[in-house]
Design a protein around this ligand. Sequence first.
Ligand code: DQA
Length: 145
Amino acid sequence: MARQILVLNGPNLNLLGTREPEVYGSTTLVDILAHLGNEFAGRAELRDAQSNSEGELIDALHDARTWADGVVFNPGAYTHTSVALRDAISACELPVVETHLSNVHAREEFRHTSMLSAVCLGVVGGFGRHSYTVALEGLLRHLDG
Ligand code: DQA
């Protein structure tokens, strides 16, 4: 049976493709999501959401409690700042994979700290658009035991 998965993206990720392509690659978010859907067809039913607002990301996590088996989440810069998102991840009681295109540990020091990792199932980063594939594969394997 296909798993129900939320693929959630935070601030500025709507600009993928044109945003600092040397860091984040030149693939758009729409293309990443389409590719992910094809790759996992039959194994996962994906719903996606992107928001530049912390509150909307929190609402999406709350809503996911009612239908999702797990979440692939790129929280963007909120990774490094948001206690509210950390609490939402804890509250939703779903396995969440923190996902980054870039290797945040190889970048500026302020990106080395995540407010979220400790309440996530796992963390993936540094593989560009493939980070989403690795994150979803890990999540599905976790769900399948
Ligand atoms: C990011 C890394 C964050 O530090 C940054 O603020 C982003 C994108 C990534 O996917 O590599 O917006 O989450």
